[in-house]
Design a protein around this ligand. Structure first.
Ligand code: PMP
Length: 292
């Protein structure tokens, strides 16, 4: 049995899961999305993801054709139809079909689809050895132009940064804002450990308010670390004891080098390890159960 996709209220085969070439999600990147994970039959932080999707849509004046409870039921339906207990769920709402002009008023019906598939795990080496980051020339979108807090389908800012990093031979890019302050990576938030405290840039510098970021801040406090939002420079990163990235797909990834500078001892540090362990425990116990 092939993969079933939820598309506008129906479960369809992967081969039939198609949207129009007139869909403004494709023509203009006009839409919003979420990436969610499930662990052993528990959907992790579902409410937070659904809330963020609705907030992104609200700012874009995009109508989500389901209520929050209906959306939750649709997600569970796709997971069950595909018999997935450990999954990556991609929830997408686009402006829908319109004409070749960009005016959203010409798009009467939003497109909503949900893809749930097996999670492709990052190589273990990444977590054991840690990442090397490079600062890229492309700056993170300024909030006054396209606020990074909105999780839109328009990811070219991040894609340009990713291309610059990989072209230079690095897996991940460090993005600064127009003032030169540290923001985030192409699909992950960033933390440093300084004098034992966890620091991460505040959303107003221009970052997505990551759900994993929020979870890690809570876990950090639980574990007894001081946790704060702080405006950070590259100098702060170079002199950090530890550095790591957070995101739904990647979870918590150690960073051991930034622009050629070794961070701490050049290997994943004890605070990062502590948080990774606590995070793993949380995913096993917390979440919406959809599978027995
Ligand atoms: N920043 C960006 C730009 C992202 O795309 C993501 C992942 N979607 C994140 C941060 C991490 O957010 P979350 O922890 O909610 O997955």
């Amino acid at each position: 049995m092939g993969l079933k996709i939820y598309l506008n209220g129906k479960l369809v085969d992967r081969a039939d899961a198609k949207v129009s070439v007139f869909d403004h999600g494709l023509l203009y990147g006009d839409g919003v999305f979420e990436g969610i994970r499930s662990y052993d039959g528990l959907i992790f932080k579902l409410q937070e993801h659904v809330d963020r999707l609705f907030e992104s849509a609200q700012t874009l004046m995009l109508r989500i054709p389901l209520t929050k409870p209906q959306l939750t039921r649709a997600i569970i339906r796709v997971l069950r139809a595909n018999r997935l207990t450990n999954a990556y769920i991609r929830l997408v709402v686009t402006r829908g079909e319109g004409d070749l002009g960009l005016d959203p008023r010409k798009c009467p019906r939003p497109t909503l689809f949900i893809i749930a598939d097996r999670i492709v795990l990052y190589p273990k080496r990444l977590y054991d050895q840690g990442l090397s980051l490079i600062t890229v020339p492309t700056q993170r979108n300024i909030p006054e132009a396209l606020n990074p807090m909105i999780k839109t389908l328009n990811y070219l800012n991040n894609i340009l940064a990713k291309i610059e990093a990989t072209t230079a031979g690095f897996e991940e890019a460090l993005m600064l804002n127009a003032s030169g302050y540290v923001t985030e990576c192409t699909g992950e938030n960033l933390f440093i450990v300084r004098r034992g405290a966890l620091l991460t840039p505040p959303p107003y510098v221009g970052v997505l308010r990551g759900i994993t970021r929020c979870t890690v801040m809570e876990l950090g406090r639980h574990l007894g670390y001081a946790v704060a939002e702080a405006v950070l420079t590259r100098h702060d990163l170079f002199n950090a004891e530890e550095c790591f990235l957070t995101g739904t797909a990647a979870e918590i990834v150690p960073v051991v080098r930034v622009d050629g500078r070794t961070i701490g001892r050049g290997q994943p540090g004890p605070v990062t390890a502590d948080l990774r362990k606590a995070f793993r425990e949380l995913t096993k116990t917390e979440g919406l159960r959809y599978h027995h």
